[in-house]
Ligand binder design. Structure first.
Ligand SMILES: CC(C)(COP(=O)(O)OP(=O)(O)OC[C@H]1O[C@@H](n2cnc3c(N)ncnc32)[C@H](O)[C@@H]1OP(=O)(O)O)[C@@H](O)C(=O)NCCC(=O)NCCS
Length: 157
């Protein structure tokens, strides 16, 4: 069955959030914070992660894309732009586990990079948790180069 990539539509949001909650356990910064400090403000990490996706698609709906197989959304990518800076950032990307390893993640990144170029941007950014081997393997495989490593800190107030 072939994969079709198309622009995001607002009605897709629950599907993106479902994929997010299935895909991000073990590779989510929000989850790591929760493991140390518990829920924040009465919300668990799933709520926060799902909310990130909503905010990204509200902020830049034209820069979000979904991958469908037989009419079912199986993966997505969200992006943010800084036009003054000439940069685009891939904010979130996830593929349902049963569809992984078939090049869907790569196709979505290449689609987003082509969209960035069409928007006149001159470079692209992306981040990964250091232990996310699939994410890191994917990013370097499409041409991203590692620049540096960021260490996240948090404290309870
Ligand atoms: C990261 C993710 C999006 C990759 O999606 P995918 O469709 O399986 O990736 P692809 O099939 O397009 O793989 C493309 C390349 O990425 C690399 N890659 C993919 N999975 C990998 C893994 N588990 N380990 C190492 N490298 C991997 C390989 O170089 C691969 O190329 P190859 O198949 O020719 O070897 C998917 O694993 C996922 O949804 N993970 C959970 C959410 C996440 O981590 N998102 C990214 C952080 S925002």
């Amino acid at each position: 069955m072939s994969i079709v990539i198309r622009p995001f539509r607002p009605a897709d949001l629950p599907h993106l959030q479902e994929i997010t909650l299935a895909a991000f356990p073990g590779v989510s910064l929000d989850q790591s914070i929760e493991e140390k400090f518990g829920e924040q403000n009465g919300h668990d990490w799933r709520w926060r992660k799902a909310r990130h996706i909503e905010l990204e698609t509200i902020a830049n709906p034209a820069g979000a894309f979904v991958a469908e197989e037989a009419g079912r959304i199986v993966a997505y990518i969200t992006t943010t732009l800084d036009r003054a800076n000439g940069s685009g950032r891939i904010a979130n990307l996830a593929v349902f586990a049963e569809l992984r390893g078939r090049g869907v993640g790569r196709q979505l990144i290449q689609h987003a990079l082509a969209w960035f170029r069409g928007e006149g941007l001159s470079y692209a950014l992306i981040e990964s948790m250091s232990h996310n081997e699939a994410g890191r393997g994917l990013y370097t495989s499409v041409g991203f180069q590692e620049i540096g490593q960021l260490v996240h800190y948090a404290m309870k107030l």
